[in-house]
Design a protein around this ligand. Structure first.
Ligand SMILES: Cc1cc2nc3c(=O)[nH]c(=O)nc-3n(C[C@H](O)[C@H](O)[C@H](O)COP(=O)(O)OP(=O)(O)OC[C@H]3O[C@@H](n4cnc5c(N)ncnc54)[C@H](O)[C@@H]3O)c2cc1C
Length: 523
């Protein structure tokens, strides 16, 4: 995602133009001529994958490895979806969603991508919390959390163990009645500080709330607790570049700037997609677009059962985000031992989901990027501040107010950050913000949803092939299948279902395989 309009007060028009010409992969001359982005695409494929988020990319790769002919269509000019980056003059490269993921990514990348990708995954050095209830550093592992909960929060060891065992024991097939709030109440009644420690990072990580099913919390939390928080050394640009090379190596045809307008369905079966005024035929489609968009915009509700449509209409979108991207002077360095990699900071007296979403921002997650993030590039230090946000707070703003609100977001973030990075205002050479509007613009997600849909979206996504033969969805739904690891693993599950359907031309059960991926995700 290229972030929205740069801060022109700090960035001259001439510099901007030069940068545009350099960063865009096609020349000015080419850009001024109409281009056929589908010129290399064939008329028919086994599978068309719509969207190149991590789920779409992974599905495409697995299906191609399984010998299927695959076309990957992406509406943006870059692959990656939310797993993206943008460049600014001075050698600054900002990552949008490379803040942290669980260790499970190593196994998934090794199995479903390449050894090289898996080997670039490294652990974060330090995770910090700083809020009015407590300040602490943690390795974000079960061992360290247990120690802190016993020593700092004065909890009984057997209660802490029982909580971790319960969270760890939760899986995909469990009862979904208990909410996360009820889970906490059971183990830590009245302990708002403990709930904040356990919940705040997960809310940031996937937008989940105390009202969501406890399994969605338990699985994601336990994934992180297994070994800590990890990142991709080399940056998102390197990761997506390696993935693109692997896809091409496996024979996937890739077309960017290709916005699918319609999925054609005849007699209950997918037949083709309509994209850039062309029709491309296929036996199966994996849509990595938002599940609601897939159903209502790409297929059309008249193609589904009424009851299914009622369920689909009831699927709630997840929240969106705002981010502020800040680059320090070339020579300026941040110290990882002082700041850590990830800092969950809040000025709110208590943890409240509403406060995390409010435009009156009191909570921010800072990611600090050091030269170690991209050892192969010019050494640079960057900071990205992320906050959960609601689309409706930003959508209706007239352009002037919108720009002013973004400016205000930048200013208030600099003020808040000064506590951790003294004189930051004087030290930054570039500051800009993105909002829920930016996320919608660059990924097509309705309301700029950062993490797809709420939990009920998972059942609707899973039911698609039972409604229309050959129609599948893989992408952020239901928290468990969101985030880098969740999206990637969902791509794996769906690719194997598609392959199975193509093999038998029936909706053969892949429950055994699905269970093994679910176990992988939780290990
Ligand atoms: C600010 C932010 C921070 C995040 N931080 C983290 C983090 O630290 N760790 C983590 O694990 N996760 C994080 N995430 C979440 C993570 O990035 C996403 O859950 C994951 O990348 C989503 O992958 P996906 O496969 O669901 O697809 P998406 O990334 O949503 O991509 C969908 C793709 O489909 C394309 N598309 C849509 N419609 C069409 C169409 N009609 N035709 C063609 N193409 C189409 C879009 O352009 C897009 O490329 C963050 C997300 C955000 C927004």
């Amino acid at each position: 995602m290229t972030a929205p309009s740069p801060d022109v007060s700090r960035w001259s028009i001439v510099e901007g133009l030069k940068h545009y010409l350099k960063c865009n992969e096609f020349s000015y001359l080419e850009a001024s001529m109409p281009r056929d982005f589908l010129k290399d695409a064939k008329d028919r494929y086994d599978v068309v994958v719509i969207g190149s988020g991590l789920a779409g990319l992974t599905s495409a790769n697995i299906l191609a490895r399984q010998g299927r002919s695959v076309l990957l269509l992406e509406q943006h000019y870059k692959l990656g979806g939310m797993a993206t980056w943008f460049k600014r003059p001075g050698g600054h490269i900002f990552d949008i969603s490379l803040h942290g993921f669980p260790f499970g990514m190593v196994k998934s990348c090794r199995r479903y991508w390449t050894k090289e990708i898996a080997e670039s995954i490294v652990q974060l050095d330090g995770v910090r919390f700083d809020n009015p209830m407590f300040s602490l550093w943690t390795s974000f592992t079960r061992e360290d959390f247990t120690k802190q909960l016993i020593e700092k929060f004065k909890l009984e060891p057997q209660v802490v163990d029982a909580f971790f065992d319960t969270a760890r024991g939760m899986n995909f097939y469990d009862d979904q009645q208990m909410t996360t709030g009820e889970l906490f109440e059971k183990f830590f009644p009245g302990r708002e500080d403990v709930i904040r420690l356990l919940m705040e990072p997960i809310t940031y990580a996937n937008g989940s709330t105390l009202e969501d099913p406890a399994i969605s919390y338990g699985i994601v939390f336990s994934n992180f607790m297994s070994k800590g928080v990890f990142t991709f050394q080399g940056g998102t640009d390197k990761l997506i570049g390696q993935m693109e090379a692997e896809l091409k190596h496996n024979g996937v045809d890739i077309c960017i700037n290709s916005n699918v307008q319609k999925i054609d369905v005849e007699r209950g079966k997918v037949t083709s997609v309509e994209v850039n005024d062309k029709t491309i035929h296929c036996d199966a489609i994996v849509s990595n677009a938002n599940v609601r968009q897939t159903i209502f915009d790409l297929v059309g509700e008249e193609k589904f059962d009424g009851n299914f449509i009622d369920d689909a209409k009831a699927v709630r979108l997840n929240n969106s985000s705002t981010q502020v991207y800040m680059a320090l002077e070339e020579e300026d360095r941040l110290d990882v031992n002082e700041l850590g990699d990830l800092l969950f900071s809040s000025e709110a007296p208590y943890f409240r989901t509403e406060a995390l979403l409010s435009r009156d921002v009191t909570s921010r997650t800072y990611s600090f990027y050091y030269p170690k993030t991209r050892p192969h590039k010019k050494p640079r230090c960057l900071i990205v501040s992320s906050t959960n946000a609601k689309f409706e707070d930003w959508a209706p703003l007239p352009e002037v107010d919108y720009e002013a609100s973004k400016q205000d977001l930048c200013e208030t973030t600099l003020d808040a950050l000064d506590k951790y990075v003294p004189n930051v205002r004087e030290r930054v050479v570039h500051v800009e913000a993105s909002t829920p509007r930016s996320f919608k613009h660059y990924t097509n997600h309705p309301a700029g949803a950062s993490f797809g849909t709420k939990f009920e979206g998972l059942a609707v996504s899973r039911a698609l092939p039972k409604q229309i033969t050959g129609l599948y969805h893989a992408g952020s739904v239901g928290i468990i299948m969101s985030g880098w690891l969740g999206a990637m693993n969902y791509g794996v599950i769906v690719a194997n279902e598609v392959d199975s359907q193509l093999m038998t031309n029936s909706s053969a059960s892949t429950a055994g395989f699905e269970k093994s991926v679910a176990e992988d995700v939780a290990s």
